[in-house]
Design a protein around this ligand. Structure first.
Ligand code: NAP
Length: 243
């Protein structure tokens, strides 16, 4: 069986390709969202229980290979999966989408660490925060005027000065323009997730001359095999299933 580490739109799409190719595979999700979108493949939900738990899962389920399609900011899972697969001599492939780059005229401030975000936020900014609530406490933005978009209201009180906006992607350019105009947003703070699904907010910000604070991705582990397309990942999965 091939294990796909999911939790992204690409992993869901990839699941359909793998199901269509009739490969034996399971998608694993962390269980972070209350009502995850349906998958085309058998699905397991919840953490593995750290390094030992992952090792046991891979062994007990006779996993042939691991395809890591977790989000580019889910680096804990990526680091662990890469390390455990290397230790078990199990083939591991990372699917990594390209990061976003600013279009001509867009005003981006790049930050390498969430802890540096507050320094890049001007006084009086009306902020749209699209990083989700997970990294909220690392940003140092308590007391600032923040609308924080999130998929569901699973947990957590909003920090002082913040409002939650519960909304499920994808968002169109029209949706993003309407939101930024309605809320009179003056600053967008985003993570550089990349991919097509979340990019409308960047187009809307550029169109409305709203500056962007872009949190860049943590690095990938060294020495791993990486692909950037679902077709390349599928070809690899087929070669693993044949091996
Ligand atoms: P993370 O910090 O890298 O991992 C935290 C823990 O969550 C891991 O140690 C593992 O628990 C569990 N986990 C993560 N991905 C898993 C998976 N696919 N299957 C089973 N367990 C998984 O990850 P995160 O940033 O909290 O993200 C959690 C999930 O949400 C990921 O699947 C990711 O693809 C998705 N997601 C994340 C973001 C983001 O911005 N971080 C955005 C969109 C979607 P154990 O130690 O118990 O094994």
């Amino acid at each position: 069986m091939i294990l796909i580490l999911g939790g992204t739109a690409e992993a869901r799409r990839f699941g359909r390709l793998v199901a269509g190719a009739e490969l034996e595979a399971t998608i694993s999700m962390a269980g972070a969202t209350l009502s995850p979108a349906p998958q085309a493949l058998p699905t397991r939900i919840g953490g593995f229980g750290g390094e030992e738990g992952l090792r046991s899962y891979l062994r007990d389920n006779h996993v042939l290979a691991v395809i890591d399609m977790t989000h580019p900011f889910a680096r804990q899972m990526t680091a662990r999966a890469a390390q455990v697969c290397a230790a078990l001599d199990l083939p591991y492939l990372r699917f990594e989408r390209l990061p976003w780059v600013p279009c001509p005229g867009a005003q981006w401030t790049h930050v390498s660490d969430p802890a540096l975000v507050a320094e890049a936020v001007p006084e009086g900014a009306r902020i749209l925060l699209t990083t989700g609530p997970g990294s909220a406490e690392k940003l140092g933005l308590e007391g600032r005027d923040v609308i924080c978009r999130r998929i569901d209201l699973a947990e957590g009180r909003a920090p002082e000065g913040w409002r939650w906006l519960v909304a499920r992607p994808p968002f169109s350019l029209e949706d993003e323009l309407a939101l930024m105009r309605r809320e009179r947003i003056t600053l967008l703070i985003a993570k550089n997730s990349g991919g097509g699904d979340g990019s409308a907010k960047l187009d809307a910000a550029a169109r409305l001359d709203i500056p962007v604070v872009m949190i860049e991705r943590p690095p990938l582990p060294e020495g791993i095999k990486v692909v950037g397309t679902l077709w390349a990942a599928l070809a690899w999965a087929k070669s693993m299933a044949r091996a």
